[in-house]
Design a protein around this ligand. Structure first.
Ligand SMILES: [Zn+2]
Length: 409
């Protein structure tokens, strides 16, 4: 591929907005620096000026999405986690059948148009693989293990292993493992899956402490989950406590999703085991959970991503919509600090969590870029993250592997 050079008013490099910078790339980044130095170093190359108010970011990363449920709009119940879960049990088949190839492609394109160049897809059945095979976006494919009944674990585990194999056949898809949740996977199966993760060097993710119902159930088999489990699974006590569940992951740094109900002790445990967190603010709000304690997580320097979750618990997969909501939800965090942290959570942090080679505009990284624009010249650089989030409904242009894959018309 021929070298290309883009010059932007600002290029976002490792948390800093570098003014009048340019980046040289083919499929990977070759050099980035002051535009005059780049022009001098590459005198024969055309430099495309992205224009007034242009900001170039590394490709955004959405670490947690459920594409198989993309057809949901008004089927699932919102407002209460247990009510939602019950509605999932009832309507699961209908939603999955409705999530056709075209619907899933539409969901991936919606992510792309908001700048998402890579995502973590949590998959229950691997039915979305056909659609994922067609995308230019990078995918970490989290094959999900679920099942608490000891009698059916062997069959479920065999299907889980088959799906991992199936998802290993595509160059842009990295197979990975998702443990559904502490309340829904038997500890014996978790241990087996984590052993497999170690053997095959696979990333691991799990939902964790999403709702108050989950906290109470793990804490002493009481609360809203009790009648739910008695009705649907004929069990009246939890498979394990929160502490027992976390201890299984002691040697496996894991991407835990939601974590709205974690306390100080949990935060310390997550930190000491090098776990990371996926923060899904709109999903948490729509399913009746409290906001994740983001201020604490930032204070303790636990790496976190901001992610959309699936359309089973959201109204869009636009990552910029997610950041706008996060800005409004976490009113206890200073505004511009929060905006900076949110941008980091969908670039450098999310990329590192998924083990990909994007996330930062520097030499040797994959050439994934997102162009955002501000129509008025910014009066100061300290608020650039905030203004970028507030004033861009979608990306203006998106590059994956050095090629334009989206252009706003
Ligand atoms: Zn999820």
């Amino acid at each position: 591929m021929n070298k290309k050079i883009l010059k932007a008013d600002y290029i976002y490099i490792n948390g800093v907005y570098c003014q009048d910078y340019a980046v040289v790339f083919d499929t990977q980044i070759i050099e980035v620096g002051d535009v005059e130095i780049i022009k001098a170093n590459y005198p024969d190359c055309f430099v495309e000026d992205l224009g007034a108010g242009s900001l170039l970011f590394p490709g955004f990363v959405n670490t947690h999405v459920h594409l198989e449920f993309s057809s949901n709009q008004t089927t699932l119940q919102y407002g209460s986690f247990v009510g939602w879960l019950e509605s999932v049990l009832i309507a699961r088949e209908e939603i999955i059948q409705g999530s056709t190839l075209e619907v899933i492609k539409g969901a991936m394109n919606a992510m792309l148009s908001s700048g998402v160049c890579a995502f973590g897809a949590i998959s229950s059945y691997a039915r979305e693989l056909e659609a994922l095979a067609t995308t230019k976006q990078k995918v970490v494919f989290f094959n999900e293990l679920i099942g608490s009944n000891p009698q059916s674990i062997d069959a479920l585990y065999a299907d889980f292993v088959r799906r991992i194999e199936e998802s290993s056949c595509y160059p842009h898809i990295t197979p990975a493992i998702a443990i559904h949740a502490p309340y829904s996977v038997h500890p014996v199966a978790i241990v087996k899956a984590l052993r497999l993760a170690k053997e095959k060097n696979l990333l691991v993710s799990s939902h964790f402490m999403e709702s108050r119902a989950e906290k109470e159930w793990l804490g002493g088999s009481y609360g809203e989950f009790k009648p739910f489990f008695e009705k649907y699974l004929g069990v009246s006590s939890s498979l394990c406590s929160k502490e027992e569940f976390l201890s299984l992951f002691r040697a496996t740094p894991t991407h835990f999703t939601h974590a709205t109900q974690i306390d100080e002790e949990d935060i310390n445990t997550l930190k000491s085991y090098h776990h990371t967190i996926a923060h899904c603010p709109r999903s948490n709000r729509l399913l009746g959970s409290a906001p994740m304690p983001l201020a604490k997580i930032i204070e303790k320097e636990i790496a976190f991503s901001t992610a959309t979750d699936g359309l089973s618990s959201n109204y869009s997969l636009n990552i910029l919509d997610e950041l706008r909501s996060a800005l409004m939800i976490h009113s206890d965090i200073q505004l511009s600090t929060l905006a900076d942290k949110l941008i980091e959570s969908i670039t450098k942090s999310a990329n590192a969590i998924l083990g990909l080679n994007g996330g930062v505009i520097e030499k040797g990284r994959d050439a994934h870029f997102v162009l955002l624009r501000l129509s008025n010249l910014p009066s100061q650089s300290a608020l650039l993250s905030l203004w970028s989030i507030l004033h861009n409904e979608r990306a203006s242009r998106v590059y994956v592997d050095g090629e334009v894959v989206f252009n706003k018309v």
